[in-house]
Design a protein around this ligand. Structure first.
Ligand code: NAP
Length: 307
């Protein structure tokens, strides 16, 4: 068995690395468990313009590397490990991973969220054959081609803009007739000559041979169906919190977000939830980072009371 850490952080996004940074600077022995590489969803963003301190913006991957390096400079340890379970009750908590068990007197959950699926038949089978959840990752595979983006939020708007610079034609399919996306995206989207909006519509079927060839669309207002030939579809319909592993142990809301207020404390003493995995109004890099600092504060307080 390894040493018992003061803090085990699960997830290496902005919330996780900020928690790790503040914990080690408070003298707490901290390990951060990350499945792939630093950054989480942030690392997939080509341009982040609303994280303070980078006046020209910064790409998410670089920002993630910087956050990791900063936390490690003060002694945070990163372990590449896939978490598949945890015993969170009791004074020493055990996190089960692909690389064995990690134990900590407190745990910060910062596992984030993953893309929500459309929920149409054969969606999984067509991933990598025309269905994608990340324009920044897969956009270049559709250079000069026709694609659709589904969704009306910031991610869909950003994806449509990124793709409009790479693809011949971009359809933006939204289930309502107004975008949820922040106003800053509206004008450039309306101005982009190769972006066409398809309002009040839902994708009901993925048409394909070996690869995706088109979408069957249902217009909710007219009740009419149509076929839209496309080479790719980018699904940007929101996110689902990565809280499945903790269901039944930690309190979650109806959408699966771990219930925690601004203090980041969950219903289990010594367990904190930060960033996109917790109940909150604004899910941004800057609010995830803020959560990390707050969690470190309350972890420190908890550990001082439970020595
Ligand atoms: P979101 O804000 O939850 O938007 C999801 C969109 O998908 C909504 O327009 C929703 O429609 C639609 N939708 C949901 N389920 C659907 C379904 N089954 N079929 C069709 N459409 C469906 O998600 P997001 O855009 O991924 O953004 C998540 C968070 O990250 C937000 O807080 C956002 O501000 C933030 N974000 C920020 C930036 C940035 O600041 N640079 C970039 C990306 C994301 P309705 O509108 O009808 O509900």
């Amino acid at each position: 068995m390894r040493e018992i850490y003061d803090v085990v952080v699960i997830g290496g996004g902005p919330g996780g690395y900020t928690a790790a940074l503040y914990c080690v600077r408070a003298g707490l022995k901290t390990v951060l468990l990350e499945k792939l590489s630093a950054g989480g969803q942030m690392a997939l963003s080509t341009q982040i313009d609303n994280y303070p301190g980078f006046e020209e913006g910064i790409d998410g991957f670089t920002l993630a590397e910087k956050m990791q390096a900063q936390a490690e400079r003060f002694g945070a340890k990163t372990e590449l490990a896939d978490v598949f379970g945890a015993d969170l009750t009791g004074p020493v908590k055990t996190v089960h991973t692909s690389e064995g068990d990690f134990q900590g007197r407190s745990v910060v959950l910062a596992a984030g969220a993953f893309p929500r699926k459309l929920g149409v038949p054969e969606e999984d089978a067509l991933i990598g054959r025309g269905v994608s959840y990340c324009a920044a990752c897969d956009g270049m595979f559709f250079k000069g081609k026709t694609v659709a983006v589904v969704g009306g939020g910031d991610t869909a708007a950003m994806d449509a803009l990124v793709l409009s610079r790479i693809c011949e034609k971009v359809y933006l399919i939204h289930r309502r007739d107004t975008l949820r996306a922040t106003k800053v995206y509206h004008e450039p989207l309306m101005k982009a000559e190769n972006v066409e909006f398809i309002w009040n519509s839902e994708v009901t079927e993925l048409l394909h041979g070996d690869k995706l060839t088109g979408l069957r669309i249902h217009n909710k207002k007219t009740g009419k169906g149509s076929v839209l030939p496309v080479d790719g579809v980018f699904v940007s319909v929101g996110r689902v919190p990565a809280s499945e592993l903790f269901k039944g142990v930690l309190e979650t809301d109806a959408s699966g977000y771990i219930v925690a207020d601004e203090s980041t404390r969950t219903n289990i003493p010594g367990v904190f939830a930060v960033g996109d995995i917790r109940t909150k109004a604004v899910r941004q890099v800057v609010t995830a980072a803020a959560d990390g600092a707050v969690a470190a504060h309350y972890a420190e307080e908890y550990l001082a009371e439970h020595r």
